[in-house]
Unconditional design. Structure first.
Lengths: 333, 336
């Protein structure tokens, strides 16, 4: 296993109290595998990723317990200096907004080249040649001519390609992409996702794709982990989830996707709001919004139950949910 | 594709061909080719009116320089400052004679050949003294500004970047310094100094001036630190020093430059103030402040001896403040 996150807890101490952003997340990614982490804003998906990368702002953030095993070693036991050497070289991250993720006063060539001068100790000239090579690889037309250009001179899609190039520069074993296509046009989104998926296959990297776009997930992910209020509520191979969700929250998410045959009708929405992380409801965090909630849901936290070999659901009634989905033919059948 | 490929009048045939060649060279599949090309050409169209004829990369600094060159305020103040720097380096080139050689028999005489500004109460040539006085003013202004900018941005930058206890302590120290009235502080501190060089005065200005820059640098670094690209650099394994020096400072330094440029003028006038009060520079140093101070006794009988150094001082301070203003206009993205 390339990366295993085990029972990770992260909290933020704020003036108003302690916000429990991540409450026992467990997931894993293998080499060459794509794990999509799905969830609403504030579900803890980005915070988990930041904890894995070691770029959580501490304080106010704090990892209270858990393990992050990367290639068998617990990163949380590393010293900051050792951790820094892992970042960029062995694991890298792609951010949502490529314009703000690139330094406006440095040319893209300088920023790409920096990866090689810093981590590999290359000369500036060699690093520049490498930068051009990378830009070619992510299909930036006329790379050699554009290596000296600044980020604002590129279009949104091109900038995201450059971010991808930076992340891939040292051929890391793991890439975390935090909503890499959210800031892009739909047509460009597809190109960027295709490029990312292709490079991932080529280098057989593990990819954690953080998103709330179910459409993107269906195309590229191998497995899905759905997060809610800092917990994994369902994890399963991508096709199983789309066929029949085993958690009411997943079901709600899938039903709220706009569909062509519903033209003119009101869109389905999950009732209520995501919980306040400073005051997570007792029992199952989803119970106030769940149409199937029973007394037990308000009293006990449901464990991540085994649905089948590689599928888990944190719902007491996953069987019923699954059956309901199967009998109605599934939300997307 | 959402948009058909339109004909592009902005792009010359040569450009187009070069671009096509570059794309062909990368050897991509057809769809990608088209998409990439479209993105590219769209962007070229948007960039075309703005980028220079050579299509040179534009950055904040090159943009600012372009703006400055077209700004008459910058040109006027820049020329005035160049002239000032020139006469402070080579005062002998436009003024003959020694500013310290005075002839009491000519005291308070008016304008005459060889002494266009007349003579002061001690019979010194006002023109020569005014020209030679520029050196001290420029030296004090530039050195104090450099010292303040370096000390202030280093301390403020570190405090803003690392935060925590060090930041809290530094912020309170700056508060303490803000509470010291400059003139009063100068009277107290500089009155015990016996040296007649410019260095105690410069040292005093740096001591009282750095908190202002430090505060601005701290705020600017905190704002810049929160940018995604700093987080991105961290995620790609950049060390603290690299993040601070390469990713934060170049993006955070603009406000410091602006304030420092404007402050330069005020340091020059502060030197004159302190010299006037008798705690700044002391004779035989030639300084506008000293001359203003001594000429004020003869203001009824020989006003020219006061007006020329005072005028030179006013013009110099104005030039630096105008320069600072022009630099601010050029560097402030909100004014674009």
């Amino acid at each position: 296993m390339l990366l295993e996150v085990r029972d990770l807890h992260v909290e933020f101490r704020t003036r108003d109290g302690v916000a429990k952003a991540v409450n026992g997340v467990t997931y894993s990614v293998d080499e060459g595998e794509t794990l999509a982490v799905l969830g609403e804003s504030g579900s803890g998906k980005s915070v988990t990723a930041q904890a894995v990368m070691g770029i959580l702002d501490t304080p106010p953030g704090r990892i209270t317990s858990g393990e992050i095993l990367f290639q068998g070693e617990d990163l949380l036991k590393y010293k900051e200096e050792e951790r820094r050497k892992v970042r960029g070289a062995k694991m890298a991250m792609i951010f949502q907004d490529a314009l703000s993720s690139l330094n406006p006063v440095l040319s893209v060539g300088a920023q790409l080249g920096e990866m090689f001068t810093v981590h590999r100790g290359m000369s500036r000239k060699d690093a520049r040649a490498k930068a051009i090579e990378l830009m070619d690889r992510v299909r930036i037309p006329g790379a050699a001519a554009r290596v000296g250009d600044y980020p604002h001179q590129f279009s949104g899609g091109m900038r995201q390609r450059i971010m991808i190039a930076m992340a891939l520069a040292l051929e890391p074993a793991l890439i975390i992409a935090d909503e890499p296509t959210t800031a892009l046009d739909v047509t460009v989104q597809a190109q960027v996702m295709d490029l990312l998926a292709e490079l991932q296959r080529e280098l057989s990297m593990g990819l954690i794709l953080i998103t709330h776009d179910l459409g993107v997930v269906a195309d590229v992910a191998d497995r899905i982990a759905v997060m809610y209020a800092g917990r994994i509520v369902e994890s399963a191979p991508v096709h199983d989830i789309y066929k029949a969700p085993a958690h009411p929250y997943t079901k709600g998410l899938l039903e709220s996707i706009p569909r062509l045959d519903q033209k003119g009708q009101e869109l389905y929405a999950i009732k209520g709001l995501p919980p306040n992380l400073m005051n997570i409801p007792p029992g199952c965090a989803f119970n106030p919004r769940c149409p199937f909630a029973q007394d037990i849901c308000r009293a006990e936290v449901p464990p991540l139950a085994e649905v089948d070999e590689d599928r888990r659901s944190a719902c007491f009634f996953w069987r019923e949910t699954l059956d309901a989905a199967a009998s109605s033919g599934g939300p997307r059948a | 594709m959402p948009e058909p490929m339109p004909p592009e009048p902005h792009i010359s045939g040569g450009d187009r061909a070069a671009e096509d060649g570059a794309i062909a060279a990368t050897g991509l599949d057809g769809t990608m080719d088209l998409a990439a090309q479209e993105g590219e050409s769209l962007e070229k169209r948007l960039d075309a009116p703005e980028s220079g004829p050579e299509g040179k990369p534009r950055s904040l600094w090159s943009d600012a320089w372009r703006d400055l060159r077209r700004n008459p305020v910058f040109i006027i103040s820049g020329l005035a400052i160049l002239f000032l720097v020139f006469i402070s380096l080579w005062p002998g080139s436009i003024a003959s004679g020694n500013p310290l050689q005075c002839d009491l028999s000519k005291a308070q005489e008016g304008s005459q050949p060889g002494a266009p500004f007349g003579y002061n109460g001690q019979g010194c040539n006002v023109y020569t003294r005014t020209v030679y006085g520029a050196r001290v003013s420029v030296t004090v202004g530039v050195c104090a500004t450099l010292g303040v900018a370096i000390l202030g941005s280093v301390l403020g930058g570190l405090a803003g970047f690392f935060g925590g206890a060090g930041d809290a302590v530094l912020s309170r120290i700056t508060d303490i310094f803000f509470a010291i009235p400059v003139v009063l502080g100068g009277l107290v501190l500089l009155s015990v100094v016996t040296s007649s060089t410019v260095w105690p005065v410069i040292g005093f200005m740096v001591l009282l001036g750095w908190p202002q820059i430090s505060r601005i640098a701290r705020g600017s670094v905190i704002t810049t630190r929160q940018n995604d690209y700093v987080q991105a650099a961290r995620a790609l394994g950049a060390s603290n020093s690299r993040m601070l020096l390469r990713h934060i400072m170049p993006n955070a330094i603009a406000p410091v430059i602006v304030v420092a440029t404007i402050a330069l003028g005020t340091y020059i006038s502060l030197e004159a103030t302190l010299s006037y009060l008798g705690v700044g520079l002391k004779p035989p140093t030639v300084s506008w402040g000293i001359d203003i101070s001594s000429a004020s006794q003869y203001i009824r009988t020989a006003p020219h001896a006061l007006l020329w150094p005072a005028g030179a001082l006013a013009v110099t301070v104005l030039a630096f403040i105008m320069l600072g203003d022009a630099v601010r206009d050029a560097l402030d993205p909100k004014l674009r």
